[in-house]
Design a protein around this ligand. Structure first.
Ligand code: GUN
Length: 283
């Protein structure tokens, strides 16, 4: 079997076009949806992500501001900026790019963002709402993965799903979303004994570990759907995911590539969350 390659770029474009239409409607009603992105420090990967997020906003007609601060910004100054943005009616979504420098407590920063503007869905209120089945914002990456599964018409109800990686930002919300859609879900982590035993039983495998080639073809059931959330820089300098693309492709039924899979979807869903935040101000 050779896996169908899931085109995240094309799906993200379609979603962003839908966002453009909703944006134009909101603008007619006197509201320009606005996203503020804060970046602290000079991490090169974060700079690329932030630039891509701002460019996608502008292309879809949203208002976007990027605030870049040096590594030495104090936590108090960052919290003061968040407070100002919480009270700025032109801003509907606030995203503080992670990771933050070590002297800043990321948990305190996330909790300082008004839950109604937390387009990342990382605030404890939003995590709790997701857990109890009434989400306000779904974290962008797992939200994008669900859209990819939907567009591939993957049957989730009754499926066996394995999520490899248990982060608050991807693994845990991913598992909750799959479970809410009717899958039987196992969350594996770096300490899981015989990871391959778990993944070989799965109809759907979502990998978010940050370790290149963590999952190989012999760990995948024939015909399974494999979604690769990893973005790593390989020894050859090229971007690669957490799955060994060549061997998994031989066995899986469908596979998301890196680049061109989940990455563009994360940005598209950020725009969706921002437009939803803006639309809610009308209600
Ligand atoms: N760093 C890497 N991915 C993300 C994300 O989705 N949101 C934020 N805020 N920071 C990130």
């Amino acid at each position: 079997m050779t896996a169908r390659i899931i085109d995240g770029v094309a799906l993200a474009e379609k979603i962003k076009e839908e966002v453009s239409v909703r944006t134009a409607k909101l603008i007619q009603q006197g509201i320009k949806p606005g996203l503020a992105v804060i970046l602290v420090g000079a991490d090169p990967a974060s700079q690329v992500y932030v630039r891509n997020k701002a460019a996608a906003c502008q292309k879809a007609g949203l208002h976007s501001i990027v605030e870049q601060y040096g590594e030495g910004l104090s936590e108090a100054d960052l919290l003061a900026r968040i407070d100002a943005l919480n009270n700025d009616p032109a801003i509907h979504g606030i995203l503080v790019q992670m990771p933050l420098p070590k002297h800043i407590n990321a948990h305190r920063v996330i909790e300082a963002i008004a839950a109604r503007k937390d387009v990342d869905g990382f605030h404890v209120s939003n995590a709790g709402l997701l857990m109890t089945g009434a989400p306000l914002f779904i974290p962008c990456t797992p939200y994008g993965v669900m859209k990819m599964l939907e567009s591939e018409q993957v049957v989730i109800r009754g499926a066996v799903a394995v999520v490899v990686g248990a982060s608050n930002t991807v693994g845990k919300p991913m598992a909750l979303l799959l479970q809410a859609a009717g899958a039987t879900v196992t969350i594996c982590n770096s300490k899981t004994r015989d990871l391959g035993w778990h993944t070989r039983h799965a109809d759907i495998v979502v990998i978010a570990t940050g370790r290149p080639s963590m999952i190989t073809g012999d760990m995948i059931k024939s015909g399974a759907v494999v979604i690769d959330v990893g973005i790593n820089r390989g020894a050859d300098g090229k971007l690669c995911g957490d799955a060994d693309f060549q061997s998994v492709q031989q066995v899986a039924g469908a596979l998301s590539p890196v680049p061109g899979g989940v990455g563009p979807m994360t940005i598209a869903m950020l725009l969706v969350n921002t437009i939803e935040a803006a639309e809610r101000t009308l209600a």
